[in-house]
Design a protein around this ligand. Structure first.
Ligand SMILES: [Zn+2]
Length: 219
């Protein structure tokens, strides 16, 4: 019994956040995460055992000190995936595609990682590239130019080359999209501040008012 216990405690586990091995003691904790199956899965008899889109949960062993950061990373990844899905749907509609060609997908994912491909060469341009939601904003900003190019220059084609041409147009609008996003965020921030000021004013003026029909302030 004693030796069994020792073996169990001595087995190190890998922290899902920092990838360091640790003993499974009270420095570790379990964070449960929800996932969706990406594909259907069948057993050898052809019976479906997993359905695409079905949710399942994972019990992740992480250090207690890593738990908050791990949860944030999971949440960020979820948002990133959702934004990627929205971007793909937009591009599919724009180019009338059922599936986006692999090389176009690679270019978009490279761009996200901070790389640009010029004349077949992969060059690091940013430390962290633009996120998928900013790419979507840039697409929307260049939609008219893209539609005109598709009609007049690209002969309505939706092949890899044509999609690539339009990705380049979108890249040209990333800076403008970024500035607009920053302005939007600033506006929201200012509105929040104004609201706070209003609330404070209301509170400080309330005791003065005896009733709403009191006109003494105007006399
Ligand atoms: Zn850790």
């Amino acid at each position: 019994m004693y030796s069994k216990e020792v073996i169990k405690l001595a087995r190190p586990v890998k922290c899902k956040y920092c990838n360091e091995f640790s003993m499974l003691d009270d420095s570790m904790t379990i964070v449960e995460t929800q996932h969706k199956y990406a594909k259907d899965k069948f057993d050898p008899d052809g019976k479906k055992i997993r359905k695409k889109g079905e949710t399942y949960s994972k019990k992740n062993k992480v250090h207690k000190k890593c738990a908050t950061l791990f949860q944030k990373k999971v949440e960020d990844t979820k948002i990133e995936n959702e934004n990627w899905d929205v971007l793909c749907k937009y591009i599919e509609k724009l180019h009338d595609l059922t599936v986006i060609p692999k090389s176009n997908i690679t270019r978009l994912k490279d761009l996200r990682a901070g790389f640009e491909t010029k004349n077949g060469e992969r060059i690091r341009k940013w430390r962290t590239g633009p996120d998928f939601s900013l790419m979507l904003d840039a697409y929307v900003l260049s939609e008219l130019t893209i539609r005109n190019s598709l009609k007049n220059k690209l002969d309505g084609s939706n092949d890899v080359k044509s999609i690539n041409y339009c990705i380049s147009i979108m890249i040209g609008k990333l800076n403008e999209a970024f500035v607009r996003r920053r302005n939007r965020e600033r506006q929201v921030q200012e509105q929040k501040l104004n609201k706070e000021v209003t609330i404070i004013e209301e509170i400080s003026y309330t005791p003065k008012k005896t009733n709403s029909n009191d006109i003494s302030d105007f006399l």
